[in-house]
Design a protein around this ligand. Structure first.
Ligand code: AHR
Length: 496
């Protein structure tokens, strides 16, 4: 039976904030060091110490926003250790991630230079867990104050005359866990206090982000919203897709059929999490002034054998591509509340879009999804409905197909479709109703593979790559398509 999809070209569901396509970079494993920062003297082609290849690749997917310096690292990070001449910066142990030396060569100036090179917004995570109110306040002054002040003068001494524009600022990270093991009542009070001293200087208006819940901790959301919603612009949510359990997450490649299925099912849980947290937010913020920011999401598998367990290095397969595609579709559906999301993490950590090894770089299947989906950035989400087939296994059932559609500023409609089933193709009948013109010009791109753990390696970097998609027919406003098993497809529809 065919999956029947209706797309209402004349019913808008809101704007898909481009920041939903955001990324996250932490001082963890080989994300910052090696992945981004190689230093000016490196034989790897770089600009002021930052790899040229990753800048080009990330600009290609229109990276809108980048979160830094953590993660758990953020609540141990003291920003003053990472400024001034690099040779003199404090050397310390990254106690949270792998116990390796952190030489602080990548600090505030380097991160904000990277964002300028990427033409993306910086999102800074401040330290509540082990930092002081003064330290947080002075960081904001250092970065954004234009004029004479102790911190602005120090910034100028360190080579940056003009302040940076820093909009997004997180007041703590996972303060229910690695950020201080706090209760929501205690964090809510601390949040109110710390954010008071996160000042707006000149034209720089800070968008304050409170630490939100872990997964389905609805009580955390309830308490922090109740006590502090008037003092925040947004609140975060963290949810990782883990096929098995924390102590045995399952491998990134060579996984079983059950692990494929569990991954899809658990990734789909994002829908319920957003809906239920959003319902709580509605009680305190019915007009949806406060955004939800899913600033850590993605797959989390066992590390690659032989790698440092604290480095969280994992391969990335067509399964990850499906998780990315269906999750981004869910974010689109909730674009009235979800204003930003940051996949974890951008390079060499968890569900990365890029992997590096020395001077080599490989783009993962997840990268290709971000590339194919970039057409949705800032577009108008269209309402869709699906009367679809179930993808069943072991007495469980999930939808076979995930769909989302948007209309861009030029009137082009983009439809993103994921077939979660790795064995069976999916027939889809799309009714594009609400269009004035009759003739549709349709083109498509598909990402698929013939084995369920297909991935790109440094030897075979193009094993999983997008190709032109032609398995469809168009009749009036109807598109009939056959989606390959385990595929992500984006159609572009122009009405003439
Ligand atoms: O992304 C890895 C870690 O996951 C982050 O540091 C932390 O915030 C989360 O628990």
């Amino acid at each position: 039976m065919s999956n029947r999809i209706t797309i209402n070209a004349d019913v808008a569901a809101g704007t898909i904030n481009r920041n939903i396509y955001g990324h996250f970079s932490e001082h963890l494993g080989r994300c910052i060091y090696e992945g981004i920062w190689v230093g000016e003297d490196s034989p790897i082609p770089n600009t002021n110490g930052i790899r040229n290849d990753i800048v080009e690749a990330l600009k290609n997917i229109k990276i809108p926003v980048l979160r830094w310096p953590g993660g758990c690292f953020a609540d141990e990070y003291h920003w003053k250790d990472g400024i001034g001449p690099r040779e003199g910066r404090k050397r310390m142990i990254n106690t949270h991630w792998g116990g390796v030396l952190e030489n602080n060569h990548f600090g505030t100036h380097e991160f904000l230079m990277l964002c300028e090179m990427l033409e993306c917004e910086p999102y800074i995570s401040g330290n509540v867990g082990s930092g002081t109110v003064q330290e947080m306040s002075e960081w904001v002054e250092y970065m954004t104050f234009d004029g004479v002040s102790p911190m602005a003068d120090w910034r100028k001494e360190n080579g940056r005359e003009k302040p940076w524009n820093v909009k997004y600022f997180g007041v703590g990270n996972e303060n229910w866990g690695c950020g201080g093991n706090m209760r929501p009542e205690y964090y809510a009070d601390l949040y109110r206090r710390y954010q008071t001293f996160v000042r707006n200087y000149g034209d720089n208006k800070i968008y304050k982000i409170a630490c939100g819940p872990n997964v389905d901790d609805y009580r955390w959301m309830e308490v922090v919203m109740r006590e502090a919603h008037n003092h925040m612009d947004a609140i975060s949510l963290h949810y990782y897709t883990i096929p098995n359990e924390w102590s045995n997450k399952g491998p990134a490649t060579g996984f079983s059929e059950d692990e494929w299925y569990a991954t899809m099912k658990k990734a789909l849980w994002m829908e319920e999490l957003i809906t239920r947290h959003s319902t709580i937010m509605d009680r305190y913020d019915p007009n949806k002034r406060v955004g939800m920011i899913v600033d850590e999401w993605g797959t989390w598998f066992d590390v690659e054998p032989g790698t440092n367990p604290g480095f969280l290095y994992q391969q990335n397969t067509i399964r990850d591509a499906l998780v990315a595609g269906l999750t981004l579709n869910i974010f689109h559906d909730h674009c009235d509340r979800v204003v930003m999301a940051n996949i974890a993490q951008v390079i060499n950590v968890l569900q990365s879009v890029i992997l590096t090894e020395g001077e080599k770089m490989v783009l993962t299947p997840t990268y290709h999804v971000f590339d194919m989906y970039k057409v949705h950035q800032d577009a108008t989400a269209l309402t869709t409905s699906i009367d679809g087939n179930e993808y069943k296994r072991g007495g469980q059932a999930i939808p076979q197909v995930s769909v989302s559609a948007s209309k861009d500023a030029e009137g082009r409609i983009h439809v993103s479709l994921c077939n979660l089933d790795n064995e069976n193709a999916a027939d889809v009948d799309i009714d594009l109703r609400g269009l004035a013109a009759a003739a549709l010009k349709v083109t498509g791109t598909e990402l698929t593979a013939s084995v369920k753990d297909a991935h790109n390696t440094f030897e075979q970097p193009e094993a999983v790559a997008p190709t032109a998609y032609k398995a469809f027919t168009v009749e009036g406003s109807a598109i009939r398509a056959k989606l390959s098993p385990m595929s992500v497809t984006v159609l572009e529809v122009i009405s003439e």
